[in-house]
Design a protein around this ligand. Structure first.
Ligand code: SF4
Ligand code: SF4
Ligand code: FES
Length: 272
């Protein structure tokens, strides 16, 4: 049998096999659907990319090498702020490139750095008096309550409410409302009053954590225990363990359940 005949026979066998094996056919069709190409525009240039990719992966597929605007790839570092618009829609939309999947005919541009005002301060001498925050960021009173910042936030933070709390001197409220901020700067890019909300709210969280919330006594106790060598033996055991043992220990470690109460304790209390 020559090469041509062999190929013909294999193709015929494959067709026969697929006909007998609907699951294999379904997988193949699924792959074909997943690989369907859609047009997008990156910085104004047209590319065809597989449907289902995130904007970040689509840019890489199109040949971009990301040395800025790319960090964790998991929606937590805030490095990949992106704006886009779709044809026939006047609205400029914002997203994280590592989270948002591409849609046909999107016009995309990344804004990984936004030149926003960040006040200089000596945190050690700063107090929790709201007036000090007002002095550092007097422009916060330029806020016109348009709510564009809240609409732009990929973390679903009520940014305008957090800024309002800060203006009212309620640093704790501002810190709590903005707890999930990832410093992407998208709110600032849309601000009518030209506020750098994320720097202001970061300051609020720093003041809240360091100067408003009471010190955790159990933390001081734990630091003391570490310094006194309570865990030296366990650490030595870990340092001497082989890689496989370490992996097993890690995989089998007991994790505190999400809904654990205040009095939750692990089964193994040796490390407490
Ligand atoms: S508050 Fe601003 S900087 Fe923070 S996550 Fe939301 S849009 Fe990004
Ligand atoms: S976008 Fe700016 S002006 Fe508008 S509500 Fe937010 S902080 Fe205020
Ligand atoms: S790369 Fe970190 S949030 Fe997108």
């Amino acid at each position: 049998m020559n090469t041509k005949q062999t190929k013909k026979k294999s193709a015929a066998t494959a067709v026969k096999h697929r006909a007998k094996n609907p699951a294999a056919t379904a997988v193949k069709e699924k792959r074909q659907i997943a690989a369907r190409l859609i047009p997008i525009y990156i910085m104004g240039k047209r590319y065809e990319v597989p449907e289902g990719l995130t904007i970040m992966k689509a840019m890489e597929y199109a040949g971009y090498i990301l040395i800025r605007g790319c960090g964790c790839r998991g929606g937590t570092c805030g490095a990949c702020g992106t704006v886009y618009r779709k044809p026939g829609d006047y609205k400029l939309q914002v997203a994280l490139a590592c989270q948002k999947t591409v849609e046909p005919d999107m016009y995309i541009a990344q804004i990984p750095f936004f030149p926003a005002n960040r006040a200089l301060y000596d945190f050690a001498v700063l107090t929790a008096a709201p007036e000090e925050v007002f002095k550092l960021y007097p422009e916060m009173f330029r806020c016109v309550a348009c709510n564009s910042c809240t609409k732009a936030c990929p973390q679903g933070i009520e940014v305008m409410d957090a800024i309002s709390a800060l203006k009212q001197g309620n640093i704790s409220e501002a810190a709590q409302l903005s707890f999930d901020c990832i410093q992407c700067g998208l709110c600032t890019s849309r601000c009518f009053g030209e506020l750098a909300q994320y720097h202001m709210l970061q300051l609020a969280r720093r003041i809240y954590g360091a100067k408003i919330v009471p010190r955790a006594e159990h933390l001081a106790e734990m630091v003391k225990a570490v310094n006194e060598g309570r865990y030296d033996r366990f650490l030595d055991e870990l340092k001497q363990a082989k890689e496989d043992e370490l992996k097993k220990l890690y995989q089998e470690r007991e994790v505190e359940p999400m809904a654990a109460g205040e009095d939750w304790k692990p089964k193994d209390t040796r490390y407490l």
